[in-house]
Design a protein around this ligand. Structure first.
Ligand SMILES: [Zn+2]
Length: 94
């Protein structure tokens, strides 16, 4: 198994010891393009559960490895009677 190094700005990973040169802004642009592509392809499909799926897929794309931390953060504020833990809704794929 090879060790991996990771850019703490954009999440780009490379084999430790190898050249890890990359463009953080290119990685961010790639993520944004992927997220907006999901919105363009699936964002207008009827059904709240499908729109919830689109939001979840966009968040996964944009947050990458930080997705579990996002779900923790988002789950804290779900609910009508003040903050309590609930499950982040991943929706249903169209
Ligand atoms: Zn980077």
């Amino acid at each position: 198994m090879t060790d991996k190094s990771k850019c703490c700005t954009c999440g780009y990973e490379w084999e430790t010891g190898k050249n890890g040169r990359h463009s953080c802004s290119d990685n961010f642009k790639r993520r944004i393009n992927k997220a907006t592509d999901i919105a363009a392809r699936f964002g207008q499909i009827d059904g709240a559960h499908h729109k919830t799926w689109v939001i979840d897929q966009m968040v996964r794309t944009l947050t990458g490895d930080d997705y579990p931390a996002f779900v923790d953060y988002a789950s804290e504020d779900i609910g009508e009677d003040g903050p309590f833990r609930d499950e982040w809704d991943c929706g249903i794929a169209p």
